[in-house]
Unconditional design. Structure first.
Length: 344
């Protein structure tokens, strides 16, 4: 098939490595299936990519190109980790206009086919507006588990019930995090506040990341379809609960790392390697005897044996799901047919 006749998918990750890697895995899978791919990074991360992988990498390969948009933040040290609060706020405020410009550039490009579909990270929902303006199919890709997606969908309910934000600055130490959720969340039994994602750990009702995650996740429910990086057998109950909130198409096509592992195509093959170093802040000194006790429990105790047995069971199920004929393999094919080719 000539390049100009190929379906053209534009993929837009949230600008953090844990989001870029799964989108790159999906991009390579689609490229292998005959799609023309445009991968849109922020300028900041694109420079890191060049520094890490070299110019040949970002030049891509036939029918795989990179484009960039500014993240709206002032220039900073290329080796520094961007602050998630300021980054999230800036993405939400500033990225729509430059993304429109990327789509206009692609529309006027004589060497690439018309854009068929926009697949964006579930935290980059500004793309939905651009897609609507141009009449382009759009899909939201949530890079975490179905359980993680449901947890973020519950943030609004936690706020409405007065559980979040916390009232006491000592919430991490006074037992507040141990509070059990007193309403049933399907597929997430015996959930405590400490089991929810980090953004809820705040006393500020105007916390940028808390509100960003709540708004962006809710926005996903307005999409035409949602991709989840999981497999049916792993999170069946919570997937049913998400389907009740989102009656349109949900595609479970994970673990993408297993689906993608068989691809051996050129310069994009190493895209999942580290693009930058992470600088960790220490807030607790862990003593040697604590580490020793935990390792001993995991390696020698009954709890560790049970965990290893369960992990091996799920590994086999994940491999089955991503093998030919498995649920994720089937769902990936269904996704291509239903959404990207429009053959429902």
């Amino acid at each position: 098939m000539g390049s100009l006749n190929k379906p053209h998918a534009v993929l837009v990750p949230y600008p953090a490595q844990g989001h870029i890697n799964p989108l790159m895995q999906l991009a390579k899978l689609l490229h292998l299936r005959g799609f023309y791919i445009t991968f849109v990074n922020t300028e900041f991360n694109h420079k890191r990519l060049i520094r890490s992988k070299g110019l040949n990498y970002v030049r891509g390969q036939p029918d795989f190109r990179f484009e960039t948009i500014p993240d709206g933040l002032p220039p900073s040290d290329i080796d520094a980790t961007q602050d998630l609060w300021t980054l999230s706020d800036s993405v939400q405020r500033n990225c729509l206009s430059p993304f429109r410009q990327v789509l206009a550039k692609l529309s006027s490009c004589s060497e690439c086919p018309p854009v068929t579909c926009i697949i964006s990270d579930g935290l980059m929902t500004f793309t939905m507006k651009a897609a609507e303006e141009l009449g382009i199919q759009e899909v939201q890709f949530y890079t975490t588990s179905a359980c993680g997606f449901m947890a973020y969908l519950c943030l609004g309910e936690l706020i409405n019930r007065g559980l979040v934000p916390f009232k006491d600055e000592n919430f991490m130490r006074n037992g507040s995090m141990e509070k059990a959720i007193d309403w049933r969340i399907p597929g997430m039994r015996n959930f405590r506040l400490k089991d929810f994602p980090t953004p809820l750990r705040t006393t500020d009702p105007n916390d940028i990341l808390l509100n960003f995650m709540k708004e962006e996740t809710q926005n996903c429910l307005n999409s035409s379809a949602i991709i989840l990086n999981t497999f049916d057998e792993f999170e069946h109950e919570v997937l049913q609960a998400i389907a009740a909130k989102f009656p349109r198409n949900i595609y479970t096509i994970g673990p993408l790392s297993l689906l993608e592992s068989g691809i051996t195509t050129g310069s994009c093959q190493s895209g999942k390697s580290s693009l930058w170093k992470e600088d960790s802040k220490l807030n607790h000194v862990v003593k040697c005897d604590e580490v020793e006790a935990l390792i001993k429990e995991m390696m020698e105790g009954d709890k560790g044996k049970q965990m290893k047995k369960k992990a091996l069971e799920w590994k086999k199920k994940a491999q089955a799901a991503t093998s030919i004929g498995g649920s994720s393999y089937h769902n990936f094919n269904r996704f291509i047919k239903d959404v990207l080719y429009g053959c429902k």
